[in-house]
Design a protein around this ligand. Structure first.
Ligand code: FES
Length: 120
């Protein structure tokens, strides 16, 4: 039986994200899920500029306005709904989205056959 990534209540709008590892294309990749305007969004934790993790491992993915995802390395900022880079060194590029759904009080990978490992 599939396990949820986290409880829905773990994700506050514009608050800390939950980090996890996910298997994609045969490789294990770092990923995260956040809540924005009430909905949950997940992405590979790899900046579209240089593929470093956005948050330096602390779950802080939003900028000070709490409206945009931001990379801690060079400040690229992204639309939480689409992963599109809106400014910084890589405008027009995107974070790699991971399909997630929220139901039964928890957040799940859309594809239950995809393996993941919670980190928090
Ligand atoms: S590595 Fe993210 S903005 Fe440069």
């Amino acid at each position: 039986m599939a396990e949820p990534i986290c409880r829905g209540a773990d994700l506050v709008d514009g608050g800390l994200g939950v980090r996890f590892d996910v298997e994609l294309g045969g490789a294990t990749r770092p990923a995260f899920v956040v809540r924005h305007d009430g909905k949950v969004y997940a992405y590979e934790n790899a900046c579209a500029h240089v593929p470093v993790q956005l948050d330096y491992r602390d779950g802080e993915f939003f900028d000070l306005s709490r409206r945009y995802l931001v990379c801690a390395t060079h400040g690229a900022y992204y639309a939480p709904e689409t992963g599109l880079c809106l400014g910084g060194p890589c405008p027009g590029r995107r974070l790699a989205a991971i399909d997630v759904v929220e139901h039964d009080g928890a957040v799940w990978l859309q594809d239950p056959k995809t393996n993941f490992k919670p980190l928090n």
